[in-house]
Ligand binder design. Structure first.
Ligand code: AMP
Length: 506
């Protein structure tokens, strides 16, 4: 019996009494604790009708039990579909309808809002709170730990991770066992992880960064994680002395730099600081070095491809760049229209192939076909250039994606919600620089003449339908949006015009 990813990440540690997680209350969870709990959870999922290949949608707070549930899906050969905890029940309803899971696991406080949504697709609803409360753990306590590890091959699906869609429809990126394992192996090697590493884990576990990069690299190398419920600068500063490495979004680093006690004495012993998921300002990189003596290692990736490129472990970590293609990844910069490689130093769209590239979007073969070239290269939609020394620079996002605090916001989804309101002609949603979140959402709205509509009422209405991170920090009014001759709204003009609006408020 073999299970491609389980055999590499979990099976070697099944009897290990070494710590897997260090928790903030001072307790630890050993590898064998976690793997045994996962086996019990696998029995519970099976008892609720989940069979090999079925989806399990999970929207729960980060906790050791939530991580054991991730392991349980792997154990039982189920396809994990983790969701951002900020999604509203209306948003969860879309994902459940699309993924058609056998089981939905939610926070106990959400069960009333979600039970009909689950039942509507024939799924069972189980609950799990951040403190381990809820039906999942109650049932696990009575379940056996002898559920067989499912047979899974390299190409079998391990997870579906939803990305936001430019048209407002999210797409489920299908990731196989080998997509995840090949990427984990590359990262563990390139970043030199070993069983001596203690990773400070402050990222969410519903996104590829915290879930697959941070967790899988640690498991493969047999290290351990200080498992924080979320990012909190006080907690990070307190826990840093026992960590060897941290993986974060740029916001982590700007927040740490805002604290006077974050200095060389506190950070000097660390082996590695990794940044990704959004651009790290070259200025932050330099300030971090001046303060701590460490060069942050910036890497680049996306949900569909896992990690693509990384600055070197040894050698120059060049500020404002994301380094070189990872082992096994073939990268090129193509002309956006044709994919034809551009000359060195020219800007084009970043494209790649490799064992890390996903198999396509769940039940969207046409959308999938649009994102691949005929020769199999995946079109990331990011604009980049490779400098004379081979370092990749990400210069912009062709898709107008806004990344706020490490989370993706597609303007179209917010615009549609605003345009649906009474008294609005149209809107344009842009990202503007924000000192804490990197970027923040700002809406520029054209009201109908004489309409009684204000910033507060728009923000309040969006509060019911959109996750908080997607809600505009400011709503501005104008008589007309700037457009080019093709009738397209020129968002670059709006971005330039409003670039300082949130910085000035801090
Ligand atoms: P996600 O699918 O949520 O991981 O978002 C992927 C997108 O984040 C990429 O397509 C890039 O636009 C952006 N991204 C990730 N890492 C970086 C980075 N180091 N620098 C610039 N953009 C990045």
């Amino acid at each position: 019996m073999s299970n491609h990813l389980y055999d590499a990440l979990l099976a070697p540690h099944a009897a290990s009494e070494r710590p897997c997680l260090h928790l903030i209350d001072g307790s630890t969870r050993t590898y064998s604790d976690m793997i045994e709990l996962a086996a019990c959870l696998a029995s519970v999922l099976a008892a609720h009708g989940a069979e090999v290949g079925d989806r399990v949608v999970v929207q729960v707070d980060k906790s050791p039990e939530a991580l054991a549930l991730v392991f349980a899906c792997l154990h039982a050969g189920l396809v994990l579909v983790p969701l951002n905890t900020a999604y509203t029940p209306a948003e969860v309803s879309y994902f459940v309808g699309d993924a058609m899971p056998a089981v939905l696991v939610s926070d106990p406080s959400r069960s009333n809002a979600l039970v009909e949504i689950a039942n509507g697709v024939g799924a069972d609803l189980l609950t799990l709170g951040g403190d381990g409360s809820g039906s999942l753990m109650t049932e696990a306590a009575a379940a056996g730990d002898d559920h067989p590890v499912a047979e899974r091959e390299a190409g079998d699906l391990a997870a579906i991770l939803y990305t936001s869609g430019t048209t407002g429809r999210s797409k489920g990126a299908m990731l196989s066992h080998e997509n995840l394992l090949s990427n984990t192996r590359s990262l563990a090697e390139v970043w030199r992880f070993s069983e001596r590493d203690v990773l400070l884990h402050a990222l969410p576990i519903f996104h590829t960064h915290g879930l697959f990069v941070a967790v899988n690299v640690t498991l493969l190398s047999g290290g351990s994680m200080i498992f924080l419920p979320g990012f909190d600068a006080d907690m990070v500063i307190r826990e840093l002395p026992r960590a060897t490495a941290i993986m974060g979004v740029p916001t982590f680093y700007t927040r740490l730099l805002a604290r006077a006690e974050f200095d060389e004495e506190l950070a000097g012993h660390m082996r590695l600081f990794v940044s990704g998921s959004a651009p790290l300002l070259a200025e932050t990189h330099r300030e971090f070095f001046d303060r701590t003596g460490h060069h942050i290692l910036e890497r680049y990736g996306m949900t569909e491809t896992c990690m693509i490129a990384s600055n070197p472990y040894k050698g120059e970590r060049r500020p404002g760049t994301v380094g070189f293609a990872l082992p096994g990844v073939e990268l090129r910069i193509g002309e956006p229209a044709t994919g034809k490689p551009v000359a060195t130093g020219e800007i084009g769209v970043v494209e790649l192939t490799g064992p890390n590239v996903f198999g396509g979007y769940w039940q969207m073969p046409e959308k999938t076909a649009e994102e691949f070239r005929d020769d199999g290269f995946f079109i990331t939609g990011d604009l980049g250039q490779i400098d004379a020394d081979g370092y990749l620079h990400i210069v912009g996002r062709g898709k107008d994606l806004i990344i706020s605090g490490g989370f993706n916001v597609y303007p179209k989804e917010v615009e549609t919600a605003i345009d649906d309101m009474d008294g609005i002609v149209e809107s344009a949603v842009i990202g503007v620089p924000h000192p804490d979140f990197g970027e923040a959402v700002v809406a520029v709205v054209v009201p109908e003449p004489g309409a009684e509509i204000g910033e507060a009422s728009i923000v309040a209405t969006l509060g019911d339908s959109l996750a908080r991170f997607k809600q505009p920090k400011r709503v501005l009014f104008t008589d007309e949006l700037p457009r080019n001759t093709m009738g397209k709204v020129q968002k670059n003009i709006l971005r330039d015009e409003h670039a300082g609006i949130l910085e000035a408020r801090q």
